[in-house]
Design a protein around this ligand. Structure first.
Ligand SMILES: *Cc1c(COP(=O)(O)O)cnc(C)c1O
Length: 375
């Protein structure tokens, strides 16, 4: 029995995408980013498939996300890089989770946690090279380096890496990228002047992995590309395959007479006698109401336009003169990677956003189902 709304996750696509990324990485190790529950694909399952396909490490946002992977028995290196001051660093240290540090205050709380557990904490320094978001600021950096150096000497901390994050990676020729590269290398050099020897340095997200080999360094950190979506759609799909399909099972097919309105507010009036199908997924499941009347689903071998408003639990599509064999029980693909399917990018364009947000949207009654072996 399949759920009436499903996100089908193709683990073979994940494995394929990791292999594609390894090809682009040209010898740099691949850290697969599985934050936000694997971009809503399921962090544990994605991590296993990715590691099986040759990814070396995992990246997440929080300690809690890292611990979930450890609890599932995953023993690959895991880095988490965005935590509050009161996060459970002790648990991270005991689970051998690497902590991305962005301030002197954070160095101090990780130090305290390390002393309390009696274990050396593994950290990476996240340096701000121009994104001006997370990361050690230029002004605080020398103090942070001095503090880390002392703690490394005391074996309270182990400095595994230095990393940073790009602001314009999706515009490969943007000069801001070169500025960030320069600042990054300066930050690494300054750490070395403080007697610190990071084991690895890294800067590239998906876009830079695919387009900027000069930024690969020791390791790359792709996220969205692992899930088969292009970080720079204008440059094509780079051979990636979308891993997520959002689909729902048609509940009802019925005739509607010319002049009848469909769904709340009767925003669509049947221009002629027609046949419509009810798809039981709505905004509670991640189908945005603002898509009403503007999107299509793949159903019965054709694209079918949504008519009338998207509701909390359902929407209608018009089958017109081409009903085909569509009947209750058939699967309507809202977006996916198959031939003819609408793509997450179609929704992104309609909604003035990026496909990252689209794959993060399915929720509510949408149940995940995995296909493929991930090998
Ligand atoms: C999310 C994230 C990534 C992955 O970015 P993509 O654009 O999805 O490849 C890499 N590094 C950091 C620090 C991130 O927060």
């Amino acid at each position: 029995m399949n759920a009436q709304v499903e996100t089908v996750i193709d683990l073979d696509a994940i494995a394929h995408n990791v292999r594609v990324l390894r090809g682009f990485a040209q010898g740099a190790a691949v850290m697969v980013v599985v934050k936000a529950d694997g971009y809503n694909h399921g962090a544990v399952q994605v991590a296993r498939a990715a590691l099986g396909a040759g990814a070396r490490e995992l990246g997440v946002t929080t300690v809690a996300e890292a611990l979930e992977l450890r609890a599932a028995g995953i023993d690959a290196p895991i880095l988490c890089w965005l935590n509050t001051i009161d996060a459970d660093y002790g648990a991270a240290i005991l689970a051998d989770v690497e902590i991305g540090v962005s301030s002197l205050e954070q160095v101090r709380v990780v130090e305290q946690a390390a002393r309390k557990t009696g274990r050396t904490a593994t950290i990476s320094l996240k340096v701000d090279t121009g994104l001006n978001r997370n990361g050690v600021s230029v002004t605080e950096y020398p103090q942070v380096l001095a503090a880390v150096r002392a703690l490394v000497d005391d074996r309270v901390l182990r400095l595994r890496g230095i990393f940073s994050h790009l602001a314009h990676a999706d515009e490969p020729g943007n000069p801001a990228i070169d500025r960030q590269r320069e600042r990054f290398l300066e930050a690494v050099a300054l750490a070395k002047e403080h007697g610190l020897q990071p084991e690895l340095i890294h800067l590239s997200n998906s876009a830079a992995t695919l387009t900027r080999p000069d930024l690969h360094f020791d390791l790359v950190r792709p996220g969205i590309a692992v899930y088969g979506l292009s970080p720079i759609p204008e440059l094509g799909d780079f051979g990636l395959r979308p891993a997520m399909t959002l689909q729902a099972e048609v509940t009802l097919v019925k005739r509607v007479a010319a002049g009848e309105g469909v769904s709340y507010g009767h925003r669509w009036i049947a221009p002629r006698d027609t046949t419509v199908a009810l798809v039981p997924a709505g905004y509670a499941d991640g189908v945005f109401r603002s898509l009403s009347g503007r999107f299509e689903v793949w159903l019965g071998g054709a694209l079918r336009r949504n008519v009338g408003r998207v509701c909390m639990d359902q929407f209608m599509v018009d089958l017109g003169d081409n009903v085909g064999n569509v009947r209750a029980g058939d699967r309507a693909v809202l977006f996916g990677g198959g031939a003819g399917h609408p793509h997450a990018l179609d929704w992104a364009r309609l909604l003035d956003t990026i496909d990252y947000e689209i794959v993060c949207s399915p929720r509510g009654r949408a149940v995940r189902r995995y296909v493929g072996t991930g090998r």
